[in-house]
Design a protein around this ligand. Structure first.
Ligand code: FAD
Length: 327
């Protein structure tokens, strides 16, 4: 079995930052990623533009040059891929970690392809794999999706977009501009306050002029083949419908964290337990990095403010190693 100082689970921006930091510090490491490099970003909408400016997405000060101040998905794929290739980072792709077991002070990391041994493990698995489901009849129909890709697909179609945050609003506007008839189903009373400041007026104007029909304080009751049933403050309404984009957010894989022995707060936030000074969890030698740290508070951490986790963790590991050498 191959032995490492540190194994990083997840090859998103923060997992890559951890790999680079480990390499810089002279630690042996491998990144295990279940998809392609930066898998989550790969599945973002094709025209997606980050809310962060490019320098705030940089890793280790390596310049991220984008055409506009705020980079697009394709530019981010290029940037993070170049970090991996230029620095010859050891990343094993399409390799899913299924379990991490600790015995006699060492971890065994078990993937769908291999088993590895490590003194330390970093979990940087993000939250983009599991959508927040609406739990309504018809949610599993092929016309319903929790991921949005390309507006062209929805041209001339009756599209319902569920949600009021950036993903939902971007999708509603883009699809409407490509000729979809868009209805927006919003659970609360307004378009989300976190919607990008340059996009929010756009959607509000489109709603006010009647180009996009918004239903506030409304929930979906049922999705059928050619229509959907919604519950509005004025009572139930049936809308003709071809496709539903349920952009209701995503959540970390809590079952995976629990399997690894990481404790979660027992309120609805499900915050994983870790020491913010080291990022070490309640399991010695097991660390968390990136957006997974926020539990259900998925807006708390993003690339901008979590890229620092990589250096914090490597310093903590080196500090622990120096204690072992001294002893
Ligand atoms: C539409 C959208 C726009 C955003 N815009 C911004 C922005 O402008 N600025 C910003 O700072 N942040 C932004 N974010 C947030 C941020 O981009 C992402 O959350 C970011 O990808 C987080 O990085 P991460 O490395 O922590 O997690 P992720 O990028 O999600 O990486 C986790 C990786 O772990 C892998 N993985 C999961 N489970 C396993 C397993 N069992 N075994 C192996 N691999 C596994 C996944 O495939 C994935 O590649 C945005 C998010 C979304 C959804």
């Amino acid at each position: 079995m191959k032995q490492f100082d540190v194994i990083i689970v997840g090859g998103g921006p923060i997992g890559i930052a951890c790999g680079l930091a480990a390499k810089t510090k002279g630690l042996s490491y491998v990144i295990l990623e279940k998809g392609p490099i930066v898998n989550s970003l790969f599945y973002y909408p094709v025209n997606m533009q980050f809310f962060s400016s490019s320098e705030k997405l940089e890793i280790d000060g390596i310049p991220f040059i984008s055409n506009e101040a705020k980079p697009k998905r394709n530019e981010a794929l290029e940037y993070y891929r170049r970090i991996v290739t230029s620095n010859q980072l050891d990343i094993q792709l399409f390799e899913k970690v299924e379990n991490v077991e600790k015995r006699d002070g060492r971890f065994t990391v078990i993937s769908n392809k291999n088993s590895y041994s490590a003194s330390n493990v970093i979990i940087a698995t993000g939250f983009y794999d599991l959508p927040n489901r609406m739990n309504v009849p018809g949610e599993n129909l092929p016309k319903t999706s929790h991921y949005y890709d390309d507006p062209h697909f929805y041209a001339n179609q009756k599209l319902v977009v569920v949600g009021a945050s950036n993903s939902a609003i971007d999708a509603a506007l883009e699809c409407w501009r490509k000729g979809a008839e868009v209805s927006l189903i919003i659970r609360g009373s307004e378009v989300g306050q976190r919607v990008k400041y340059w996009v929010r007026p756009d959607i509000i104007n489109r709603i006010e002029e009647g180009s996009i029909k918004a239903y506030y304080n409304t929930t979906i009751q049922e999705i059928r083949e050619t229509e959907i049933l919604i519950d509005t403050p004025e009572g139930p309404v049936t809308l003709e419908n071809d496709f539903v984009l349920a952009l209701t957010g995503y959540k970390p894989n809590f079952a995976f964290l629990k399997k690894l022995g990481i404790e979660l707060s027992d309120d609805e936030k499900k915050l994983p337990q870790y020491n913010p000074e080291t990022m070490e969890t309640n399991v010695d030698g097991l660390y968390l990095a990136g957006v997974i740290c926020g539990g259900m508070e998925t807006h708390k951490w993003f690339i901008e403010n979590s890229r620092i986790h990589a250096k914090i963790i490597m310093n903590a590991i080196l500090h622990e190693n120096s204690k072992i050498v001294e002893a």
